[in-house]
Design a protein around this ligand. Structure first.
Ligand code: SF4
Ligand code: SF4
Length: 397
């Protein structure tokens, strides 16, 4: 750390430095690949007292902040304790809860912050109206990066957002493109709720007699080779039209069963991923580039340049990106098409097997019948969902 003489003045003032030594000592012993060294910087509170007392004007907190960024980039800095906070933050800054509106000639923007819109929506609007009298071209930046407690604050923000959309005479508007919304538990709970409702409905209506997997399979087997070909063809086209593959996979699992369902689905999904890749690379580069704004897409580009097929493998095993956009995004990177296609096929296979096995049991489940495929599917889904944790653990050791 240049400028630090190791005089120890700051060490005398700071409990953190007393524990680990002067900023110069910490900088000298720092090893970006050592997880133990990476977590040290998170114990500094970044209060800045050290720089206030430093006789040579060094700013150690800047060093510790930089070390934190480095640790996060290397996957060391995402702590279990932060999960709730990050979930709140993701929700607060998601598309659903954000809105930016700029009127013609806007030079001043009102940012109501986090707590005010959530707890006092009426006051927020009143402040906006008052400011607008002083700045007629007042714009609005509405999102709440910090968490605020209680569901009411989220309801308030949603209502406030639609109110602002009506009263701000914006010519340019935008919602935040950071993906998010929810702490991660919302989707599984919704899925569970829908499943329970469907089971109750099927049982109450007596529709179960029409939902025999064997009956359905017998019906489609009458179409011979045509049925799988049609299924694969639809699956090939779906990703390029940005259609979700989930319902399609469930239908495939039900009609073709766990074994042939996997075979046809992995073929279709790989062909679909390849079609999107080729479209992005050779036909619609500009359009795809416009869809991929944000640092994580830039990171994907550099990761792919550095690690080639391993980047494809990683993103197929760990669903960090929306599947359809990811296929297009790889078309813009420098990876070769054969490498991409082979890695996609191989590393999508575990998730496909797990999901199709589970989905093939859903018809039985709707009728209240819990099959062997259901348990195998659950075990496989849990195993696949543990892959991100294993990957993180592997990167730490
Ligand atoms: S940061 Fe400043 S006060 Fe602290 S050890 Fe270095 S030179 Fe001394
Ligand atoms: S910024 Fe960090 S190192 Fe500096 S005094 Fe505060 S806690 Fe200590």
């Amino acid at each position: 750390m240049s400028g630090c003489t190791g005089c120890g003045v700051c060490v005398g003032e700071c409990g953190f430095l007393k524990l680990y030594g002067s900023p110069r000592d910490i900088a000298r012993s720092y090893d970006p690949d050592d997880p133990k060294k990476n977590v040290v910087c998170f114990e500094c509170s970044l209060c800045g007292l050290c720089s206030a007392v430093c006789p040579t004007g060094v700013k150690p907190q800047a060093l510790f902040l930089e070390m934190r960024r480095e640790a996060v980039d290397r996957g060391f800095g995402s702590f279990r304790e932060h999960r709730g906070l990050l979930g709140y933050e993701r929700t607060g800054t998601s598309r659903r809860f954000s809105w930016y509106g700029l009127p013609e000639g806007c030079t001043t923007i009102f940012f109501p912050g986090c707590a005010l819109p959530g707890t006092r929506p009426g006051v927020t609007v009143a402040v906006y109206e008052r400011l607008k009298e002083v700045f007629p071209d007042l714009g609005l930046l509405f999102n709440a990066p910090k968490p605020s407690s209680g569901p009411v604050t989220y309801v308030n923000r949603l209502r406030l957002k639609s109110r602002f959309k009506r009263i701000v005479p914006a010519v340019t508007t935008r919602e935040r493109t950071v993906p998010g919304g929810g702490s991660g538990m919302l989707r599984p709970l919704l899925f569970l709720g829908v499943m329970i409702a469907a089971i109750v409905l099927v049982r109450a209506s007596g529709a179960g007699q029409y939902l025999e997997p064997e009956r359905l399979r017998a019906l489609f087997s009458g179409f011979g080779i045509v049925a799988p070909l049609v299924y694969i063809a639809i699956y090939t086209v779906a990703p390029t039209l940005m259609l979700p593959g989930l319902p399609l996979s469930m239908a495939g699992a039900t009609v073709f069963g766990p074994v042939w369902g996997v075979v046809y689905t992995i073929i279709g999904a790989t062909l679909g991923a390849c079609a999107a890749f080729l479209i992005a690379r050779y036909a619609a580069r500009d359009w795809v580039e416009r869809q991929l704004v944000g640092s994580r897409w830039n990171k994907l580009d550099s990761e792919t340049a550095q690690n080639g097929w391993k980047a494809v493998a990683f993103t197929r095993l760990i669903p960090l990106f929306p599947f359809n956009l990811l296929n297009f995004a790889f078309g813009l990177t420098k990876i070769s098409f054969p490498q991409y296609a082979v890695a996609t096929f191989i590393f999508m296979l575990p998730g496909t097997i797990a999901f199709i096995t589970f989905s093939s049991s859903l018809l039985g489940l709707l009728k209240g019948k819990v099959s062997r495929e259901f348990f195998i599917g659950i075990v496989l889904i849990v195993a696949v969902s543990l892959i991100p944790r294993l990957a993180k653990w592997y990167r730490r050791i």
